[in-house]
Design a protein around this ligand. Structure first.
Ligand code: NAP
Length: 493
């Protein structure tokens, strides 16, 4: 299904920044290459420093060449460059937005449907929208006006509500596109399709058959040079509040009434709002945090988090795990264990579902079935089932059905490419509704607060190791623990 795109102008605030350089301009070039940009589309990059046109065009060429080394179509690049202009909004220029309006109002150059991409610091989201509104640039009449706000949408529930209040002074909900770039990944979009387009999965997808679910997002990397950012954020807010809870929502939502953006988002909102609040009075049974200590990753010695930070009083987590329950008929009683970590033994994002014990137990009980959906690096679906070992005796072993969701000839589309296209199409299914952002903050806020107040030294795990044994405290049953790998046998410790 290819959706139509209106002619439009993209105004990119923060055009000189890292995200614009690494993702947005290369993504837009790729969309041009694929013939997915509307014919007369224009792109206005906005920064605070003046940059002359020639230099700006050279800069974009450089970004594209860096990203697609040796694989750039020069004719398309020339066409792409011709779509671009740069405009400096200098901080001391009180007329900056009036001037922007004057430039944009030239209909012979700029298609009048405007999308504003705010790739700037979150504190600038509100003020930029306010300035755009003052000069009438957010007003929708004949043409649409859309605003993309980058992650994070607030740093807790009150700040998310405050940001929302400042945006909705000038915008309606349908104009606001909140980024969680995981939703632009094909592997995430596939969860919904794989669940509901296969008869063999949906009937088993409930508390009658499922023992527990694990959602994992781990990295081998440490915090690198982002220590300051990281120490003010932590794993829970950085990854769980956004990407991991969205993965959970897609895994657990009811079938949407249709595949419209509203249909999909309503079903996600419902399930996010049904997650039981985490009881802070018995937090240790529901949440676990840790920090990586010095260790070894890929044969290299690496320092611990506190050492990198240069502050051993920090209690900010680099490993966060939660146990969640969803209070609805489908999921009543099923624990969901979700975790994210830096400097673990492997980098992997996956959903792993363990099924209940089979009706027939032989030889003291065989392994339970697992269904594992790999998100990255491998996009795959695997099922572990029991099978008779050929021979004279009655014994079973675990075998796996293993299928790639991605074939080598498939196109690789960056999440930002997909999201930029959706923005121009007016399809906000893969952007967050405010109710999703709020439900996610409502869930994690009490844990963030309790952890920040508890100044006891945080559990340490050696960099490059598997999950800390101490994280076992959040598991409901003795026979449950983290699957440490997607591979067959990845549940054995
Ligand atoms: N980088 C990533 O991979 C990534 C990932 C997820 C989320 N994000 C989010 O994306 C946003 C941008 O990230 P980034 O890494 O690109 O930040 P960045 O490198 O600091 O870039 C921000 C750019 O915005 C420009 N700028 C600042 N205020 C402005 C204003 N009022 N009007 C126009 N331009 C302005 C600055 O350029 P001048 O000095 O030239 O004005 C700067 O180059 C942030 O909200 C971040 O949280 C980024």
């Amino acid at each position: 299904m290819t959706k139509k795109i209106d002619p439009c102008t993209l105004v990119l605030f923060g055009a000189t920044g890292n995200l614009a350089r690494v993702k947005l301009y290369p993504g837009l070039y790729r969309l041009d290459l694929l013939g997915r940009l509307p014919e007369n589309m224009k792109i206005m990059g906005v920064g605070r420093r003046p940059i002359d046109h020639e230099k700006w065009c050279e800069g974009i060429k450089d970004m594209v060449h860096k990203k697609f080394k040796g694989k750039v179509d020069e004719a398309v690049l020339a066409r792409f460059i011709a779509r671009n202009v740069y405009k400096a909004n200098e901080p001391d220029d009180a007329q900056a937005f009036d001037k922007m309006k004057d430039i944009l109002s030239d209909e012979s150059v700029y298609p009048q449907n405007f999308a504003y991409f705010l790739s700037v610091r979150p504190v600038d989201f509100g003020p930029i929208v306010e300035e755009l509104a003052k000069v009438g640039l957010t007003q929708e009449d004949k043409y649409w006006r859309r605003v993309v706000v980058e992650k994070p949408f607030g740093t807790d529930l009150p700040s998310a509500k405050a940001l929302q209040a400042s945006l909705t002074k000038n915008l309606d909900e349908h104009q606001i596109y909140r980024i969680d770039h995981y939703l632009g990944k094909s592997a995430l979009q596939n969860i919904l399709l794989q669940r509901f387009t296969n008869t063999i999965l949906e009937p088993l997808w409930n508390n009658e058959y499922i023992d527990h679910v694990q959602i994992t997002n781990t990295e081998k990397l440490g915090v690198g040079d982002r220590t300051e950012f990281y120490d003010s954020t932590g794993a829970l807010r950085d990854m769980i509040q956004s990407h991991v809870l969205q993965t959970l929502a897609l895994t657990t939502m009811e079938m949407p009434k249709d595949l419209t953006p509203d249909g999909i988002r309503e079903a996600k909102i419902d399930v996010l709002e049904q997650i039981r609040p985490i009881p802070v009075d018995e937090l240790e049974k529901h949440a676990f945090r840790a920090q990586y200590a010095a260790g070894e990753v890929a044969g290299e010695k690496v320092p611990g988090y506190l050492e990198e930070l240069g502050d051993d009083s920090s209690v900010v987590e680099t490993y966060a795990a939660l146990k969640l329950f969803i209070d609805n008929p489908r999921w009543k009683g099923v624990p969901f264990y979700i975790r994210t970590a830096k400097r673990l033994h492997e980098a992997d994002t996956r959903i792993a579902i363990r099924f209940k014990k089979a009706p027939m137990q032989i030889n003291g009980g065989q392994d339970q079935n697992w269904l594992v959906i790999g998100i990255q690096p491998r996009e795959c679906i695997k099922m572990e089932i029991q099978s008779k070992i050929p021979g004279l005796d009655i014994n079973t072993r675990t075998i796996e059905l293993d299928a790639d969701n991605r074939k080598s000839e498939d196109d690789t589309v960056d999440a930002y490419e997909a999201l930029l296209l959706n923005l121009m199409q007016g399809d906000n299914a893969n952007y967050l509704h405010i109710s999703e952002a709020e439900a996610q903050w409502r869930l994690v806020d009490p844990v963030v607060k309790a952890w920040a107040e508890d100044r006891k030294p945080v559990h340490q795990y050696p960099a490059g190791s598997q999950d800390p044994e101490a994280s076992k405290v959040i598991f409901e049953s003795e026979d449950q623990f983290w699957r440490y790998s997607i591979a067959l046998g990845g549940d054995k410790h």
